[in-house]
Design a protein around this ligand. Structure first.
Ligand SMILES: [Fe+2]
Ligand SMILES: [Fe+2]
Length: 301
C-alpha cells in the first residue's frame, strides 16, 4: 500500500416515504412498524440529510462508500425499488457496497425478490444473494455479512449462523494471506454486550471468538444509531470495532446523535497499517456538515 485510501461508512439511512403498503403485505409486524414510524421516526429520518452527507463524502473524494444496512423501513417491494433508485444517486456499484439490516429483511415478501434488487451493490448475485460476499476494492477486502433474519414484532435481533461464521473465518485467513486490509461489514453490533437481547446478534459470542482467533483490520456496524468504538484483542493485535450513527437523523431523537458518517483513511506508518477516523455530520439540526471529531485509531492503554 503506497497511497492512502478512504472509505466512507454510512448506516441506517431509513429512507422515506414508505410506499406500497397494500393489503397484500399487511401483517401485525408491518402494522406496528408503520405505527412506530409515524409516531416516532418519520420526523427524524430525512433523506435530504443523508443526501447532504453523501454529497460531502463525494466532495472529499471518498474512494468508496459502505452502507451497513437499514436502508428502508418495512421491507416493502416499493421501498426496495426506491432504495435502488437512491443507490444509483449515491454512486455506481463499483463505488458503493451495501449489506442488509433488519429493516431490509423484515417480513414476508410473498416471493418478491426484496434485497435482490441491490445485488450489484452486494456480492453481485441476484439469485443466491450469498453471504458473506467479498469485494476487492483497492487495498481493501470488504467482507459483507448478513445478520438480518425475519423476526416477530418488537424483536430486532439478528443472527449470522454457523455457515456464515465459518466462511468468514476462511475468508479472513485467505484475504490476510493476500495482504489485503480486511474490513468486515455487519449490521448488528458484532460483539457480546453491545445491544440488549431483544436487539442483539444472537451468536455474537461465537462471532467474537472467531474474530479473536483470526483477526481482521476493521469491523463496521450500524443498528444502534450510535457512535461507538470497541477494541477487541485478536491474534493479530487490537481490532477496532466501530459503530456509526444514523446517516439521516435530521433532528434529535432520544439520545441518538444527528446525521453523521465515518470517514476512514488507511495509510502506512513505517510497516504498520494505521486508520484515521474523521466523524462528519451535523452539529445542529439543519446545520452545515462539519468534521465532528478526528483521530488516528489507537487502543486505550
Ligand atoms: Fe436502524
Ligand atoms: Fe437495525
Amino acid at each position: 500500500m503506497t497511497e492512502t485510501f478512504t472509505l466512507a461508512h454510512f448506516t441506517d439511512v431509513h429512507l422515506s416515504p414508505i410506499t406500497g403498503f397494500t393489503p397484500h403485505y399487511w401483517n401485525p409486524k408491518r402494522m406496528l412498524g408503520l405505527f412506530n414510524w409515524h409516531t416516532k421516526r418519520r420526523g427524524v429520518h430525512k433523506r435530504a440529510a443523508a443526501d447532504r452527507l453523501i454529497a460531502d463524502a463525494k466532495n472529499l473524494r471518498a474512494d468508496h462508500i459502505a452502507i451497513t444496512g437499514d436502508l428502508i423501513n418495512l421491507g416493502l417491494p416499493q421501498e426496495y425499488e426506491a432504495a435502488r433508485d437512491w443507490l444509483t444517486t449515491v454512486g455506481p456499484a463499483e463505488r458503493v457496497t451495501v449489506i442488509p439490516g433488519n429493516h431490509d429483511i423484515y417480513s414476508s415478501l410473498h416471493g418478491d425478490m426484496g434485497i435482490g434488487r441491490w445485488a450489484d451493490y452486494m456480492g453481485g448475485d441476484a439469485d443466491t444473494h450469498a453471504f458473506p460476499f467479498v469485494r476487492r476494492i483497492g487495498p481493501l477486502a470488504l467482507i459483507g455479512l448478513n445478520s438480518a433474519v425475519e423476526t416477530p414484532p418488537f424483536v430486532a435481533a439478528g443472527r449470522l449462523g454457523p455457515d456464515q461464521i465459518e466462511v468468514t473465518r476462511d475468508l479472513l485467513e485467505r484475504l490476510g494471506d493476500e495482504g489485503l486490509i480486511r474490513v468486515v461489514l455487519i449490521h448488528h453490533p458484532p460483539l457480546a454486550g453491545l445491544a440488549p437481547p431483544r436487539r442483539a446478534l444472537k451468536d455474537a459470542s461465537v462471532f467474537q471468538r472467531m474474530l479473536e482467533k483470526n483477526g481482521a483490520d476493521l469491523v463496521l456496524y450500524g443498528h444502534n444509531h450510535k457512535q461507538q468504538l470497541t477494541w477487541l484483542n485478536t491474534i493479530n493485535g487490537p481490532l477496532p470495532v466501530v459503530g456509526g450513527g444514523s446517516a439521516s437523523g435530521a433532528r434529535y431523537y432520544r439520545d441518538d446523535p444527528l446525521a453523521r458518517y465515518n470517514l476512514f483513511t488507511f495509510f502506512k506508518s513505517g510497516d504498520r497499517l494505521r486508520v484515521r477516523l474523521a466523524v462528519r455530520g451535523m452539529e445542529t439540526p439543519g446545520g452545515p456538515i462539519v468534521k465532528l471529531s478526528e483521530s488516528v485509531l489507537e487502543p486505550v492503554q
